[in-house]
Design a binder for this molecule. Structure first.
Ligand code: ASP
Length: 325
């Protein structure tokens, strides 16, 4: 494997289990995310010849991710990307919403230098902590001559940000890219680069400065259809007070994006009142397809978590356009 010589890597910490500490040493699985700073995590890895700079962007459980931290992270990433002396950016993140942040970073790409995210399923003081090895692997991948795009390193595999999903609560198989190709795989101690990053996003995007200056995250909710499910939630959301009103709905339909007639009618009403409705599937993999008796909503080839992010970004882009008029 060829490595970039004297590459400086900027490592940004955001919290998560990788920075978690057990509440009680006798119960390794009960812990608090984001207790340690990135300096503590870096103390556990071997840095080799690379020169590394690290900063804490946040110290949170990623279930609490939202606009202010995404803005700080994007600001830090774009600043690092613009520096001549920086060859790559590595980000530590909680596993629970990593796929949303990964999508966000991908959507603002292509970046001139690789962005490698990593995480852990066991806290830092767990007897079998996986964070140090994942962080070490992320740093190694960040120096790989072929590395590009935004990817997620976990358990000796690197996934493209566009495809990765958390699919399991099992510590070793938490992430998958489904049928999509992996970015890289660790073989005999070295990374083998397997496929180039997928193209950037075709949905409407705000400018980076528009995103960084946004005051509010557009409210997008994700609803799931299942046998026996009622569609009254849609009307309940439409009648919320205007400052908390939903602006976008991602409907995770059954199978190829199917839902009952009552849902079709409720979603049609939502669209009529100005809400953007996107149809995804509750299946882990595969895209929604047109259905004979369904009229409401636009089919979107993204899993629901990423579709929520893409729709919120499209709504921010629309706000930006309107404020420019
Ligand atoms: N709740 C944690 C988080 O997402 C889970 C993890 O990192 O594994 O921050």
């Amino acid at each position: 494997m060829s490595l970039k010589i004297n590459a400086k890597i900027v490592v940004l910490g955001t919290g998560g289990t990788i920075a978690g500490v057990r509440s009680n040493p006798d119960s390794p699985d009960i812990y608090e995310s984001g207790r340690l700073g990135i300096a503590d995590l870096m103390g556990e890895v071997m840095l080799g010849n690379s020169s590394v700079e690290f900063h804490d962007v946040a110290q949170i459980d990623s279930k609490n991710m939202g606009l202010p931290i995404w803005q700080s992270l994007l600001r830090a990433v774009s600043k690092a990307q613009a520096r001549q002396d920086v060859a790559a950016v590595v980000i530590t993140h909680g596993t629970d919403t990593l796929e949303e942040t990964a999508y966000l970073l991908h959507a603002f790409g292509p970046w001139p230098k690789p962005v490698v995210m990593t995480c852990a399923m066991r806290p830092a003081d767990h007897p079998m902590a996986d964070g140090p090895a994942n962080l070490q692997d992320a740093l190694l991948l960040a120096q790989h001559a072929q590395a590009s795009g935004v990817c997620v390193v976990f358990n000796a595999l690197a996934h493209h940000a566009l495809h990765v999903q958390k699919i399991s609560t099992d510590p070793l198989t938490a992430f998958s890219s489904g049928f999509a190709p992996l970015a890289a795989e660790k073989r005999h101690g070295d990374w083998a680069w397997l496929s180039s990053p997928p193209d950037s996003i075709t949905f409407q995007m705000p400018t980076l400065s528009g995103f960084l200056g946004a005051a509010q995250w557009p409210r997008v909710e994700w609803l799931t259809h299942h046998a026996g499910s009622g569609s009254e939630w849609v009307e309940a959301l439409l009648s919320a007070p205007s400052n908390t009103r939903v602006r976008g709905l991602v409907m995770a339909g059954t199978g190829a994006g199917t839902f009952k007639d009552a849902w079709d009618a409720a979603l049609g009403k939502a669209i009529g009142s100005g809400v953007k409705v996107w149809i995804s599937s509750r299946c882990a993999w595969g895209k929604p397809l047109p259905q004979a008796h369904q009229k409401s909503g636009e089919l979107v080839d993204l899993p629901p978590a990423k579709a929520c992010m893409a729709l919120a970004l499209a709504l921010l882009a629309r706000d930006e356009e309107r404020s420019a008029l």
